[in-house]
Design a protein around this ligand. Structure first.
Ligand SMILES: [Zn+2]
Length: 96
């Protein structure tokens, strides 16, 4: 069900979150650069991340309350937690 990432609803949630320009990054605690372009690969750019893993909480994939602001680089470092691949070993970064 990875296509949920590109759904209309998903994009709306991400756009709404970005528009709030929340600080700081929920993974590293540093400020996010909202002028940076994530599509261009700028590491300090905004990305929408999930508080709870896609893999273990599929019902929360498009739940706005499960989204949080993150750096592109922090979000990419956590891809395994978002269900895009096998979970990494020994990495605990979720707030349960
Ligand atoms: Zn960060």
């Amino acid at each position: 069900m990875a296509q949920a990432r590109g759904s209309r609803r998903y994009k709306q949630i991400v756009a709404n979150l970005k528009a709030q320009r929340l600080q700081p990054c929920m993974r590293c605690g540093m400020d996010i650069d909202y002028e940076a372009d994530a599509q261009a690969g700028e590491p300090d750019a905004f990305n929408a991340g999930h508080k709870k893993s896609w893999a273990t909480n599929p019902e929360l994939r498009e739940d706005p309350s499960n989204f949080q602001q993150e750096h592109a680089r922090c979000n990419q470092g956590a891809l395994t937690d978002d269900g895009d691949g096998p979970r990494g070993l020994g990495t605990v970064s979720e707030d349960w």
